[in-house]
Ligand binder design. Structure first.
Ligand code: ZN
Length: 151
């Protein structure tokens, strides 16, 4: 495993759409392992593969409710809304307020190609939306009402 370099805002790859994963192989597993290590090293709550320069629909999330891997995730339904601060490892030193659903149900595959469905809420739901946006080339700064420096 190794920590990968995080790509930051200004690099055009962050605005590109990621491609679906078709091979659930060793190469995918080592990408996921590296993404987890990178997320932990930089103390992020989530990381999308594009943030380490790989245009594949792979996301890892850990908001303190256990580590989860989302391959080819799709949001199926949402409920309610929440408004609050969001940050991104690709936009270092800043945060901004974004409106997101309060609850999100999504389906995704695990690293072995098994499909699963999960419903999450609060910060977890916010993070799923944020990371799925990355897979479509969107950054939270495009949705935020304000972008301010971290204290
Ligand atoms: Zn992000």
């Amino acid at each position: 495993m190794s920590v990968r370099k995080i790509i930051t805002i200004g690099d055009e790859i962050l605005s590109k759409k990621s491609h679906p994963v078709t091979n659930f192989d060793k190469r995918l597993h080592s990408l996921i392992d590296d993404m987890v290590e990178t997320m932990q090293k930089y103390e992020g709550a989530g990381l999308a593969a594009v943030q380490v320069g790989i245009l594949r629909r792979v996301v890892v999330i850990d908001v303190g409710e256990g580590l989860i891997e989302l391959i080819n995730p799709e949001i199926i339904s949402t409920k309610g809304s929440q408004y609050g601060a969001e940050g991104c490892l690709s936009v270092p030193g800043k945060h901004g307020d974004v409106e997101r659903p309060m609850e999100v149900t999504f389906k995704a595959y695990d690293r072995n190609g098994n499909e699963y469905t999960k419903t999450v809420s609060g910060l977890f739901a916010r993070c799923v939306c944020h990371e799925c946006d990355h897979l479509d080339g969107k950054l939270y700064v495009e949705l935020a009402d304000n972008i301010v420096d971290n204290e």
